[in-house]
Write a protein that binds this ligand. Structure first.
Ligand code: ITT
Length: 190
């Protein structure tokens, strides 16, 4: 029987990326689409862990929760852990306005995955993707701040100008997922 992981997120873009990577590694997936409580914290690890414990109470174990954020250096890491809220309030255009006339445009995305199960408790995995903030939004793919993020490992296109596979080859989320898959393969082999 194939191993199976249930992904808890209310964000379809996130689900699409995670599902693609897990299934391509032979892991069966399920999607629990629900919005979990997001505590206010500076730490994505703390936020993901709290959400995972809440999800496990409702849905049992074998759950994967991911918390992520965009950290802009010249804004002292803003919006960081508040990315979801900031995106819903001011979006890409709002962030671009905050960055008007700012020449230091470096930023990074951070992804923290929390896998919670009866047998192994809470396990955290992280991934980071460095980039710069574009002068204006470009592209229609992906979700969230993808139109304004140009990854350094890419060719100058924003994440939103890339295909799902191209983004998945270099994104913060895919890096955290690779860490998770390495660990998960070792525990499911036993
Ligand atoms: P769930 O909590 O239900 O999983 P969410 O969208 O609220 O969905 P987060 O709390 O992790 O997820 O918020 C992260 C926000 O950061 C997300 O809403 C985007 O605005 C932004 N973000 C994270 N990863 C991103 C990515 O790969 N591309 C673009 N924006 C991203």
């Amino acid at each position: 029987m194939k191993a199976s992981v249930r992904v808890v997120t209310n964000n379809p873009g996130k689900w699409r990326e995670i599902n693609e990577i897990l299934t391509s590694h032979g892991i069966n997936t399920g999607w629990i689409r629900t919005k979990l409580t997001e505590i206010q914290s500076e730490s994505l690890e703390e936020i993901a862990t709290y959400s995972a414990i809440e999800a496990a109470k409702l849905h049992g174990g074998g759950l994967l929760i991911e918390d992520s954020g965009l950290f802009i250096d010249s804004l002292n890491g803003f919006p960081g852990p508040y990315s979801s809220y900031v995106y819903s309030r001011i979006g890409c255009i709002g962030l671009i306005k905050l960055m008007k006339n700012v020449s230091q445009r470096s930023a990074y995305f951070l992804s923290v995955i929390c896998y919670i199960s009866d047998a192994h408790g809470i396990n955290l995995f992280t991934g980071r993707c460095e980039g710069i903030i574009a002068d204006e939004p470009r592209g229609t793919g992906g979700f969230g701040f993808d139109p304004i993020f140009i990854p350094l490992e890419g060719d100058g296109r924003t994440f939103a100008e890339m295909s799902l596979d191209e983004k998945n080859a270099i994104s913060h989320r895919s890096k955290a997922l690779r860490e998770f898959i390495n660990w998960y393969s070792s525990i499911t082999k036993k």
